[in-house]
Design a protein around this ligand. Structure first.
Ligand SMILES: N[C@@H](CCC(=O)N[C@@H](CS)C(=O)NCC(=O)O)C(=O)O
Length: 303
């Protein structure tokens, strides 16, 4: 992983992150210092990362992280103009890609999918240098090979005007989205947990949904009396919440019984034409994982 950042600093083209000090740099420095606390010589093979700290002061010497590569950089001008459909690389299941599928579908954006069906498919992407951190989801969009689900989602939300009108709306959307992400994360990892803990974990999910998460969204809708969570307009937060509601209902169909505004919200948002289409059979929405699928995922990712 450290290698990835070393490569970023070695690049001479900085148009993506900009040759300017950013949050990515602050977080990288913090990570390097923590790693050094565990292993003081961890940067021995990474000269650019070693000198990055001193460059920080100047805020100009290429303190930049970019993985889009020179070839991609060259292609950028054209790819912005000729941008085709985004191409999603992941397994044929929900996992960390499903929210990306939801967001694109809700935004009315058509997308293609290339499925990772076996270990070799993942290895190929890694060997091609397509995966910044050797992980998927990866989405080819606007000439970039984007990884990190959160970064991909923010990009899509901003691009398709689903990310609020100002910084404060964006902050609210981020908070709501992080809440639903935490809730959906609990459900996502359920099939990977030992059989004897599943029942307890399922009970915990329902408890968290009904006492920690859903009350927040119910109250938000009640307090401002609008149809949507933020800014009286459909945003990423709403799309994410609907996805989470449907996931929790798969665990417990009457989970919304004490949440009348969320019930109405579900009805309203499910009827937005793009979302309605995505909810119909035959769409690119993926079903909950079955045992066979989980076994294959474990093989692909060495779990
Ligand atoms: N923070 C990353 C995590 C991605 C992740 O954990 N991906 C898994 C598949 S869902 C993976 O590629 N695992 C292989 C590995 O970590 O080597 C994100 O949100 O995209």
């Amino acid at each position: 992983m450290v290698f990835t950042y070393e490569m970023g600093l070695g690049m001479t083209v900085f148009s993506r992150v900009g040759n300017q000090f950013s949050r990515a740099d602050v977080q990288l420095l913090e990570t390097l210092l923590i790693a050094e606390e565990y292993k003081p010589d961890i940067l021995a093979q990474f000269p650019l990362l070693q000198s990055a700290g001193s460059r920080w002061g100047r805020r100009s010497g290429g303190w930049c992280l970019s993985y889009f590569g020179r070839e991609h950089q060259k292609g950028n001008k054209n790819s912005e103009i000729m941008a085709g459909k985004p191409k999603l690389h992941y397994t044929k299941g929900r996992g960390k890609m499903e929210s990306i599928r939801w967001l694109l579908a809700a935004a009315g954006v058509e997308f293609e999918e290339e499925f990772i069906e076996k270990k070799e498919d993942l290895e190929k992407l890694r060997n091609d240098g397509s995966l910044m951190f050797q992980q998927v989801p990866m989405v080819e969009i606007d000439g970039m090979k984007m990884v990190q689900s959160r970064a991909i989602l923010s990009y899509i939300a901003a691009k398709y005007n689903l990310y609020g009108k100002d910084l404060k709306e964006r902050a609210w959307i981020d908070m709501y989205v992080e809440g639903t992400t935490d809730l959906m994360g609990m459900i996502m990892y359920l099939p990977f947990q030992p059989a004897d803990t599943k029942e307890n974990n399922l009970a915990l999910i329902i408890e968290r949904a009904t006492t920690r998460y859903f009350p927040v969204y119910e109250k938000a809708l009640k307090d401002h009396g609008h149809d949507y969570l933020v800014g009286n307009k459909l945003s990423w937060a709403d799309i994410h919440l609907l996805e989470a509601i449907l996931m929790v209902e798969e665990c417990k169909p009457d989970v919304l019984s004490a949440f009348p505004l969320l019930q109405a919200f579900k009805g309203r948002t499910s009827n937005i034409p793009t979302i309605k289409k995505f909810l119909q059979p035959g769409s690119q929405r993926k079903p909950p994982p079955d045992e066979k699928f989980i076994a294959n995922v474990k093989k692909i990712f060495n779990m």
